[in-house]
Design a binder for this molecule. Structure first.
Ligand SMILES: [Zn+2]
Length: 82
């Protein structure tokens, strides 16, 4: 799978989650779990698109120009730095 195909795949997953959110909310249920997941998938897709555009890896947590393990916003890094 190319990076482009991966990005498309994550965007498709994000769209699915948004549909689920609308479905739940239409029934009077909480759709936030699906919306959070859609947001996460969208960031993953965006980080891959930026990698295509710039040739450099981008973070799926904050979409910045660094690898995930260097991200100050990643939960595991946050806990290590208190
Ligand atoms: Zn980051």
């Amino acid at each position: 799978m190319t990076t482009r195909e991966s990005a498309d795949h994550w965007n498709t997953l994000a769209d699915d989650e948004l549909r689920w959110a609308s479905y739940e909310e239409g029934r009077g249920h909480y759709g936030g779990v699906h919306r959070n997941r859609a947001e996460m998938f969208r960031k993953t897709a965006r980080s891959l698109e930026l990698e295509i555009e710039t040739g450099k890896p981008h973070c799926t947590v904050c979409v910045g120009p660094h690898l995930n393990q260097h991200c100050p916003q990643a939960p595991h890094n946050r806990s290590r730095h208190g």
